[in-house]
Design a protein around this ligand. Sequence first.
Ligand code: SF4
Length: 426
Amino acid sequence: MNTPKSIPSGTCRDTPVLKERGQREVFCGLTGIIWLHRKMQDAFFLVIGSRTCAHLLQSAAGVMIFAEPRFGTAILEETDLAGMADAHEELDREVERLLSRRPDIKQLFLVGSCPSEVIKLDLARAAERLTQVHAPHVRVLNYSGSGIETTFTQGEDACLTSMVPVLPTTDQKELMLVGALPDVVEDQAVSLLSQMGIGPIRVLPAPRTAETPGVGPNTVFACLQPFLGDTAAALTRRGAHHIQAPFPFGEEGTTLWLRAIADEFGVDDDTFDRVTAAPRARARKAIANASEHLNGKSVFFMPDSQLEIPLARFLTRECGMEAIEIGQPFIHKGLVGPDLDLMPAGPTISEGQDVDKQLDRVRAAQPDLTVCGLGLANPLEAEGLTTKWAIELVFTPVHFYEQAGDLAGLFSRPVRRRAVLKLEAA
Ligand code: SF4
């Protein structure tokens, strides 16, 4: 007897999550330094790590374009790792040397790595000690970017979380935008909100330590990135109110994100429409042009950047794609719940990774597009699958209306290229 195939009902929020805790293939949290050091202009990221960590940072950062770089690695040598030297004393000397040479540094992050974690170097204690020595000129904070503890976008979350306890207290009603975006994209967001009369608007992380936002019971905040769960929790603990909304990817996501903030600040419909009508129309047109090759195609997300759920919402609702599996390293429903609500149940929602099992599912599904990390993309391409490197989605400006067409284009390019190759081979 044939049993009828059950048709899933509800939304992806109701879908039971497939939790996987096997081997994973993602960068570590040190990678976040690449975009954070550009954003925070008087900060310095001192990685306490090995030569491997230094190589990762140098190759991820490419050619240094700054006369004075804003990150470096204090290399743990074998003597440190074997406990034969006092790593704390060496660290103090390293910091002393750095700060006396670089009076422009106002905020110093000691960033933990796998080696510093393995030898249990207490960076929280080091940060406290060094703050006492170098305050008020320099504030020293610490967080972990280790590959044992973090996937690559979690580095930003850990960094911002470390800043929350030292944010000044304020009673002002302020909007805080949380997350590091390229300046041009951040300016677009601030401009749209300001045109609606919303303000004052503050940003975490601020470009300079002196502009660090305050936080208190009248602070409302909206996250710009879906990987900032710990930062959101820390801000909530300081009394701030989190505005939940779908993330500002695509026309729909951007509109819903802006609308949620506008509602919080009592913006009327006419004002909202007046400010958003033109950029919305531009975004819709750009997406329609760029998504021609995506319509009707299937997509499989492997867990990597933490952007997977909001991007799946964008691709399925605005570009006509069908999601087979949406994998994310961690799922914070408090952050991505509104995006899950917008997708009808159907795709597998997975959290974490067991890479071999997941690759089997990819091969069985034969998706038109697989979004995955660098290490998996080449082997899958060799098997005839079309892939998109997830890391590009983090390094490319993709938020808000003016980037919506580029975002669709990032996914449509590999699909189009594969179609051209097939035609040429025929
Ligand atoms: Fe490698 Fe760990 Fe250093 Fe990251 S922190 S580069 S995973 S050793």
